[in-house]
Design a binder for this molecule. Structure first.
Ligand SMILES: Nc1ncnc2c1ncn2[C@@H]1O[C@H](COP(=O)(O)OP(=O)(O)O)[C@@H](O)[C@H]1O
Ligand SMILES: [Mg+2]
Length: 366
């Protein structure tokens, strides 16, 4: 029955540099979920990668520390039970849907989504391929380029090649990208490992810094302009939110500090854009969503280039920041979809996608 109370397993934490952010998100989402509609089962993925499931939550959380489920062997077994039911555990209730509130590698990159697929449990957000492509900045930009979605010029560098012949790579940066440029780990998030380089002097240090977080690095031309973000939700029919603009006051760019720590960035919602630019932005966002084969939700981050007002796609986030004060929920709030309803909508979309997939046939002759 459609109105039956659903069990939602909320996954948070994770083996990622964005562990802490995930906890903030989980606290915010869990407390906004309607307990008359959902039984909420918290699942803490510790930083060492171990999964600890709690009991269904009865009350609102008073403090984030309640999410830090730890070293309780009984609880640890519970996670196993619903994840991989066996003869021994028959009858253990599995969740109706999993809400992975995980950012970055091992959560937003298709790995955990692969597990959900194998278990055939519904989940919120994009599938394996979309999540993986959305996490890897090089793969993502290669797909965008194949779909003629404009973005900054970029160059991909493998750690092995850098170690073999750094001078050639430095020469390529000079010829193909120029300065200033941005150097980023291919798979990361929250601006971790990212540097802006103004000249060749600081490029080696920046590349080495990025290689601390990944074995592949992307180097991009600097785009001068405004930073604007827009939300997309849907599976088949896509809806876009109002746009939002980020103004960073203290730093060179929207770095980790300005995102989470010093509050020195301002979100302007809705962003003031010309009609033509807005139409281009909405079009780019939907195209990017489809090009990467995404489902559920995404936040598309673009630059509006100063010199010609063109929309250049920077990246797509398949699990954007999701606290009540994060850009993505705020964009939807301004579009008329408040936080609790947004969460509900995403759960519905996850269930819808799962139902669609149940029609797939796995035998040639049924
Ligand atoms: N090519 C670029 N031109 C100008 N600014 C950039 C460029 N790439 C990144 N930035 C700045 O760095 C920030 C973080 O980069 P981004 O690619 O969005 O990484 P993350 O996935 O960590 O958010 C952006 O929000 C922007 O402020
Ligand atoms: Mg970003």
């Amino acid at each position: 029955m459609a109105n039956e109370k659903k069990t939602v397993a909320v996954l948070y934490g994770g083996k990622s540099t964005e562990y802490e952010i995930s906890l903030l998100t989980a606290f915010s989402v869990i407390n906004a979920m309607d307990r008359n509609k959902y039984d909420i089962l918290p699942v803490h993925i510790q930083q060492d990668g171990r999964w600890i499931a709690g009991e269904v939550l009865k009350d609102k959380l008073a403090d984030k520390s309640q999410l830090l489920l730890g070293d309780n062997p009984a609880l640890e077994n519970q996670a196993e039970h619903w994840l991989a039911p066996s003869a021994k555990t028959t009858g253990t209730k599995r969740p109706d849907i999993i809400f992975p509130l995980l950012h970055g590698p091992n959560g937003e990159d298709g790995t955990v989504q692969g597990l959900f697929e194998l278990l055939n449990i519904a989940y919120v957000g994009s599938g394996v391929a979309g999540s993986a492509a959305g996490m890897d900045k090089v793969m993502m930009k290669d797909v965008f380029a194949a779909h003629d979605i404009p973005g900054p010029d970029y160059l991909s560098v493998a750690k092995y090649d850098w170690e073999q012949d750094a001078p050639t790579i430095i020469q390529q940066i000079k010829e193909l990208i120029g300065y200033p440029c941005f150097i980023k780990p291919a798979n990361c998030g929250s601006s971790v490992g990212i540097s802006r380089c103004v000249s060749e002097t600081d490029v080696s240090a920046a590349i080495n810094e990025a290689f601390r977080f990944d074995t592949k690095v992307i180097i991009e031309e600097q785009v001068n302009g405004r930073e604007v973000e827009i939300g997309v939700i849907g599976n088949h029919k896509l809806a876009v939110s109002v746009p939002g603009e980020i103004k960073t006051h203290s730093a060179d760019f929207y770095d980790y500090q300005s995102k989470y720590q010093d509050g020195k960035s301002t979100l302007i919602i809705p962003a003031e854009l010309d009609e033509k630019v807005l139409a281009e932005l909405e079009d780019v966002a939907k195209k990017a969503f489809r090009a990467l084969n995404l489902s559920g939700l995404a936040r598309c981050d673009v630059f509006i280039r100063e010199k010609d007002q063109r929309v250049l796609l920077n990246e797509v986030n398949t699990m954007p920041g999701f606290t009540q004060y994060s850009m993505f929920p705020l964009l939807w709030k301004h579009t008329g979809l408040p936080y609790d309803q947004l969460i509900e909508k995403l759960i519905e979309l996850g269930l819808e996608r799962h139902a669609d997939k149940q029609t797939i046939q796995y035998r040639i002759n049924p």
